[in-house]
Ligand binder design. Sequence first.
Ligand code: ZN
Length: 318
Amino acid sequence: MKQVHDHLKVSTNSSNTGIIGAGKLSSYKWPGAISVAELINNKTYTIGQINNAKQKLNNYYVKVNSSAKTRCIDGRQDPKLDSTNIGPQVPGGSLGAALAYRLGAHKEDPTKTTFLQDTNYIINKLLSFGLKPGGHRDVFNSTTQSHKVGCGALDNMEHILKTMLDPKLVNNHKCIVQNLLNNDYAGDIYLCNLGMATILNCQSERYFMDKQNALDILEKNNKSSIATLSGSHNEVFVIINYVSDTTFDSNRFSKENNGMQAFGYDIWRTKQVAELIFPGPKHATDKSKYIVARVMFTVATLMALTDGSLELLYRVSK
Ligand SMILES: [Zn+2]
C-alpha cells in the first residue's frame, strides 16, 4: 500500500484535484465479508468495469451543503438522497464520533458510562456548533423485528473494537492509520488511544448494551436525520477524501455504474469537527487524540466489514 504523502503533490487529471490508487487495502485477509475478489469471482463485475469506473470517480465529487445531514461511509443507495443537498461521509455517520471521543478525549471514567450516554454528549456538542448530525438504517432492518439497525459501523461496534485489538491485525491497523494521517499521526497518541480501546473492550457488553437506541437520540432532534439505505453491499473502492467541503455522490455513482459502490470517507470532516470541539493550542493534544481515534475507528471498521481486497484510493488537491 502506498502512502498518501507520496501523492500529495500529484494529480491525475487537469482539474485541481485527483484520485490516486494506493493498491489493495491489505495483503492480509481481513475478517469482513465485503470482498472485491468475490464480486469478480461471481461475475458481478469484471476487472475492466472496475478500472473503467475508477477513472471516472473524481467526477462524482460534489460540494457539500452545510445544511445537509452527515452520512455514513456506506456505499449503498439512499433513495431519498438529494444530490444538490448532500452532507459529508464518516463511518457510522455522527454516531461514530461518540466512540472516537470516548477513545481519544473523554476525561470521565470509561467504566461508568455507556455508548448511549456518550452519543448523547457528542450529538449535543455537534448541534451546538450548528453541524447536522446524521445516521442510517437499512431497508432490511427497518422492516423486520431485527435487533440490528442496518448500519455496519453501529451494529458491529463491539466487533470493530475487538478487531482493532486483534494481535494478528494490530500492526497492519497501525500502519494504515499512519498512512492515512500522514503528518497528523502521532505514535504516542495511537498507543494511548489503543489503551483506552483495551479498557473499553473489557467492558464491551456493559458499555454497548444500549447502543441500538443511539438512533433515537438523532431522531429526537430531527426525524429526517436518519436515512434508510437499500440494496446489497457492492463496494469495490475505499476513497479517502482530503479535499475540504467536497463529498462523494454515492447514489449517482452507483446508478451510473451498474450498482457498483465505494466507501467514501471525508477525512477533512474529521479534522474540521476536531477543530471545532478542541479549538486553539490549549486543546491541541485532545484534538490530535480525537482525530487519531476517528481514523483508528475507520480503519477497524473496514477491517471488520471487508476482507481487505478493496482498492484504497486517495482524493487530494494538486
Ligand atoms: Zn453505516
